[in-house]
Design a protein around this ligand. Structure first.
Ligand SMILES: Cc1cc2nc3c(=O)[nH]c(=O)nc-3n(C[C@H](O)[C@H](O)[C@H](O)COP(=O)(O)O)c2cc1C
Length: 349
């Protein structure tokens, strides 16, 4: 079979059935066709992308980000108007109105709440579960994974440092080895740097219940991200998506993986100048730390919505190099499943 035929021929039915079997636990957990989660991305994962993902057989997740409860309620209702399929909501645990946001999800019959940005308080997990929602948490290490399962998490996401946005220090390759063999009681989904079906297959075979992808869906036709933001992703290579650089350990910086631009360069200058003023006694330590933290306020919105890709934040995972064009969500999902099935079929001869 030549390369072209190989690329266009549908995968054998047995290979597709084998992928379905490997995804069965994850898909049953979400109530979706495939165990592929659209990772919530602030400003990007709104009604259009989320509904398109769920309609395509994946599992869309709304990024609540800094939304207030009434705004989240509106977004959930608008998504429900676009899809009959299940979808989830991602809540950031440090949001000052976390409990009300959980209640908003419950009131609107959201079946899955994903807690991100830290270990959720037990009260939030309990409120979500008492309200009938399944709880998904991020586990950054095995000990915390076990603790989260004991605290009631119904599923876990392990996200490697290859991912776009806020990241931990450990790659998915290592997290998967550390966590997948030991957590069997709940499904575990893998995230970070995944852009093709072959990778999904390999993690499914290691025991993952499914995969969460963010970067790969940014350039979906249905994604409302500004054309400039999408262009930056299409042009970007893996090596361009780098974590934030921290200049001085006395002034910690939250690591975020993003494409480098004028903003990331100016952030280094801003840190250097703020540290200089601190050392010269011109600014107190706390105020200097806040000045550093405030640099990126509103920066993701500026890039995603306004299209200011020079000054805004271009959060992107290393898988950005695998994004080559704008495509409908359904085509991306089918491509991922086909790649996984083809890889399996090729191995079986
Ligand atoms: C632009 C952007 C915004 C993101 N915003 C969030 C967010 O609000 N909450 C969250 O839990 N994860 C967020 N993420 C992480 C994704 O949900 C997902 O885990 C990650 O993109 C997976 O890695 P990948 O980009 O390599 O596929 C964001 C990622 C990107 C690229």
């Amino acid at each position: 079979m030549d390369a072209l035929t190989q690329a266009t021929a549908p995968p054998p039915a047995e290979a597709l059935a084998a992928i379905d079997a490997l995804m069965a636990r994850g898909a049953a957990f979400f109530g979706s066709r495939y165990a592929i989660m659209g990772g919530a991305m602030s400003w990007v994962s709104e009604r259009n992308l989320v509904a398109a993902l769920s309609n395509a057989g994946a599992f869309g997740v709304i990024a609540c980000g800094a939304m207030e409860p009434p705004r989240l309620a509106e977004e959930i209702a608008a998504t429900q108007a676009l899809t009959q399929k299940p979808f989830g909501v991602n809540l950031i645990t440090m949001h000052p109105r976390l409990e009300q946001l959980v209640q908003t999800c419950i009131d609107h019959k959201v079946g899955h709440i994903v807690f991100a940005g830290g270990i959720p308080p037990g009260s939030a997990i309990k409120a979500a579960k008492d309200g009938g929602a399944k709880v998904v948490c991020f586990a950054p290490a095995l000990a915390l994974a076990k603790k989260l399962v004991r605290s009631g998490a119904d599923a876990l996401v392990i996200e490697g440092s290859e991912a776009g946005g806020h990241i931990g220090p450990v790659s998915l390759t290592v997290l998967a080895q550390e966590i997948l063999p030991h957590i069997r009681d709940v499904p575990v989904f893998v995230a970070g740097g995944i852009g093709r079906g072959e990778a999904i297959l390999s993690y499914l075979e290691m025991g993952a219940a499914g995969a969460q992808l963010g970067t790969r869906f940014v350039c979906a036709t249905e994604s409302i991200a500004h054309p400039n933001f999408k262009k930056a992703f299409i042009r970007g290579a893996a090596r361009d998506a780098l974590p934030t650089v921290q200049l001085d350990e006395r002034f910690p910086v939250i690591p975020v993986r993003a494409l480098q631009n004028g903003g990331t360069r100016r952030f280094l200058e801003h840190q250097a100048e703020t540290i200089r003023r601190f050392l010269a006694g011109e600014v107190e330590k706390g105020a200097a730390q806040l000045e550093i933290e405030h640099f990126w306020a509103g920066a993701l919105r500026r890039a995603v919505i306004d299209g200011d890709v020079e000054n805004g934040s271009l959060m992107a995972g290393q898988s950005v190099g695998l994004v080559t064009r704008e495509q409908p969500v359904a085509e991306i999902v089918q491509e991922l499943v086909t790649q996984a099935a083809m890889a399996l079929a090729a191995r079986q001869g």
